[in-house]
Ligand binder design. Structure first.
Ligand SMILES: NC(=O)c1ccc[n+]([C@@H]2O[C@H](COP(=O)([O-])OP(=O)(O)OC[C@H]3O[C@@H](n4cnc5c(N)ncnc54)[C@H](O)[C@@H]3O)[C@@H](O)[C@H]2O)c1
Length: 375
């Protein structure tokens, strides 16, 4: 199969490229960055084009015409950026992504569009807590692709522009399906974790996502900051489980994924952000720390200090994955603790060792050394 993958150099894209090549498919990949897919460059079935899709000269239509399936992963997917530059988030995540959908529509190609679980927004519990008999009932926070409503904050909470842009893109693609028989599959990821999730120590693309932020804090002995107490809950999924599901969607057995939306997540791995911080701290202390430096403290910070004004968060979200189970026979396998340990080890060994030169203090050498011994 010939796959065109836009955003192939990101967290999900890099793992997916590897899987597609390993399975013998041809991949044309487009991204601004190639650090995460360096190992694939040079593969005879991979052609990488470094290009910013906002700039002219890509030849998108020709590339779409040449592909059997198009996968669009491109987005700003970082809450810090939704606060800092909401217009640019809208422009990239909706306006530019729509051009990709339009090219697929005009050439009759199937599109796999990455959306987000953030389209579901908040739960009813976030504003009706007092009136509900059992606000802890997980049914209030369990979201299904084809029946759950979307609840977002007011305009002053402009972080929802990410969710809105993704939702609008989904709605247009869905309408193309109704009016123009467009063939698509929409994917809503629920918080994936794994190697290559974000760069540590680098805020070029905003504050890194929570795992990388905590990892960075642990390595540097700086505070692990819990935004608004860290009460919000998430269900984490290991990247290998996610890629297995995405790969099945790409293969589309008996066309079961045509005009379908899929949640990809692990309902059993629910944890509050505070519990996530505590678990990572414990793993770091038990497995990686040299014990010479005090462990990072966990502290609380208001969202307005951490992100700026306009922030609000989904209080809780649990994926209903019965559709992926039924249509694709997919079942996530990784438990939270093991995915954290594996990913933390990756960061300390494979990733941070490249930074040995720049961060050559004794503490850093010790943790890398310890992790390498354990691997
Ligand atoms: N990782 C998750 O848990 C998660 C959760 C919800 C939604 N998603 C969605 O899945 C998709 C992939 O997520 P990810 O975690 O791999 O994100 P990522 O940021 O790691 O990957 C996105 C890639 O798009 C590239 N890109 C951005 N702007 C570009 C441009 N103008 N031209 C060319 N390339 C550009 C980036 O360089 C990056 O490599 C995104 O659409 C995201 O919204 C991911």
């Amino acid at each position: 199969m010939k796959v065109l993958s836009l955003g192939c150099g990101g967290f999900i894209g890099s793992h997916l490229t590897r899987r597609l090549l390993d399975k013998g498919h041809s991949v044309t990949g487009i991204d601004i960055y190639n650090d995460k897919i360096e190992e694939c460059i040079g593969h005879d079935k991979f052609s990488f084009i470094r290009h910013d899709i906002r700039k002219p000269g890509l030849g998108l239509k020709e590339m779409v015409a040449d592909a059997d399936v198009v996968i669009d992963l491109i987005a700003y997917a970082n809450p810090g950026l939704y606060i800092k530059m909401p217009l640019e988030v809208f422009r990239l995540n909706f306006v530019e992504n729509l051009k990709i959908a339009d090219a697929c529509l005009s050439l009759g190609k199937r599109l796999i569009q990455f959306s987000t679980c953030e389209v579901y927004g908040k739960t009813v519990v976030s504003f009706l807590k007092e009136e509900l008999k059992d606000p802890e009932d997980p049914r209030y926070a369990t979201f299904s692709e084809d029946s759950s409503d979307f609840i977002l904050g007011h305009l002053g909470k402009h972080r929802w522009i990410y969710s809105c842009a993704k939702q609008l893109l989904e709605r247009v693609i869905h309408a193309y399906g109704i009016e123009k028989n467009f063939n698509y599959t929409i994917i809503r990821p629920f918080n994936f974790i794994g190697p290559k999730i974000d760069y540590l120590l680098d805020e070029t693309d905003g504050i890194p996502r929570v795992f990388s932020f905590f990892m960075d804090a642990l390595i540097n002995g700086t505070p692990m900051k819990l935004v608004d107490g860290g009460h919000h809950r998430r269900c984490y999924t290991y990247i290998d489980d996610a890629i297995e599901c995405i790969y099945r969607i790409v293969m589309n057995p008996d066309n079961v994924c045509d005009r379908q939306i899929f949640n990809i997540g692990t309902p059993e791995n629910e944890v509050s952000i505070r519990q996530l911080a505590e678990m990572m701290r414990e793993i770091y202390n038990d497995t990686f720390s040299d014990k010479r430096r005090p462990l990072s403290e966990i502290i609380e910070v208001p969202a307005s200090d951490f992100y700026g004004e306009g922030y609000e968060d989904s209080d809780r979200r649990i994926p209903d994955i019965s559709k992926a189970r039924r249509l694709l026979g997919w079942e996530p396998k990784w438990k939270l603790r093991e995915m954290l340990e594996t990913t933390m080890r990756y960061y300390i060994t494979e990733y941070l060792k490249h930074y040995r030169e720049q961060h050559a203090d004794a503490h850093f050498h010790d943790i890398v050394h310890k992790a390498l011994e354990i691997t």
